[in-house]
Design a protein. Structure first.
Length: 153
């Protein structure tokens, strides 16, 4: 059973904390994909950081992770979902995705996301109901389609 957590809107002042969580969560993935310039990734993250689309995942007063979910005209785009390594494998990520999937059902929109082609998160997303819709040497694209959108006319 997952301990309860809260989702809290991010503020501009949270950038440093969130960038550190992102690096903790991604350092092994980046290394496995030949990406070693952490300062560059931090700079890129800062250039796209938008607190209005970012939610912190907080448990027992500690920020365990965050996600960035963009509301597009015809879909929700999950750009980022990061948890500190010690918070992974405890069901928190799956529960966060469950909340996003409820939102997708309410809005009648699919959720789309992209991953590295050889990433441990690929299995996580397929276990959580996402279908692979596109793949190439740089990325895999997944989609969660709410049942209401999956019915043929």
């Amino acid at each position: 059973m997952v301990k309860s957590f809260t989702l809290e809107a991010a503020a501009k002042s949270d950038f440093g904390l969130l960038a550190d969580i992102r690096q903790e969560a991604m350092k092994d993935e980046w290394a496995a994909n030949g990406m070693f310039d952490h300062a560059l990734y931090r700079e890129k993250f800062q250039s796209t950081f938008d607190p209005t689309s970012t939610r912190k995942i907080i448990m027992e007063g500690e920020t365990l992770g965050f996600y960035v979910l963009w509301d597009r005209e015809d879909h929700l785009y999950l750009e980022r979902l990061y948890l500190r390594p010690e918070a992974q494998g405890r069901g928190v990520g799956s529960e966060v995705l469950s909340q996003m999937k409820r939102l997708a059902r309410e809005q009648g929109k699919p959720i789309i996301l992209e991953t590295f082609p050889e990433s441990r998160v690929n299995a996580f997303y397929t276990r959580n109901g996402f279908q692979l819709i596109e793949a190439n040497s740089r990325e895999k694209k997944y989609e969660f389609k709410p049942v209401s959108l999956d019915v043929s006319a």
